[in-house]
Design a binder for this molecule. Structure first.
Ligand code: AMP
Ligand code: ZN
Length: 124
């Protein structure tokens, strides 16, 4: 397997992470970048992406485990910071069959009153 590029100049998320395109940033550290989705599907909808260009979960293996862990481990703290102390959904779309639109790995964090509407169990 060839080593993926650290950054792909044709990738829209790489360009956002490098500040070449605007975004509404939620969080940034050495490895991660989180920003609001431009087409939110719920009152709160942001994404956590690695700074490294990794296409999708399908390209991940044991070598990416620490990075994947870091992405998930940050979700609760960032969601709370966005007002989602009550809970949130995490979504990772993978590949064509998974409806992935942007081929730079990311976790969607979705929440707010009735996120995703009918997909959630009915409230009592
Ligand atoms: P996915 O289907 O998981 O690949 O989701 C990609 C997401 O990126 C979609 O929800 C888009 O609305 C979002 N998106 C695309 N371009 C931008 C952008 N320039 N800034 C923020 N979000 C974006
Ligand atoms: Zn990228």
């Amino acid at each position: 397997m060839t080593t993926p590029p650290a950054h792909d100049p044709a990738c829209i998320f790489c360009r956002i992470i490098r500040g070449e395109l605007p975004s509404r940033r939620v969080y940034e550290d050495d490895d991660l970048f989180a920003f609001h989705d431009i087409h939110p599907i719920a009152p709160v909808h942001f994404m956590i992406a690695p700074k490294l260009h990794v296409e999708s979960l399908a390209q991940c293996g044991p070598a990416q485990a620490p990075l994947l862990g870091k992405m998930l481990a940050k979700a609760g703290e960032l969601a709370s910071g966005q007002g989602l102390a009550d809970g949130f959904r995490t979504i990772i779309n993978t590949g064509r069959g998974g409806g992935q639109e942007v081929y730079h790995l990311h976790i969607h964090i979705v929440g707010g009153p009735r996120p995703l509407g009918a997909m959630l169990p009915r409230q009592a």
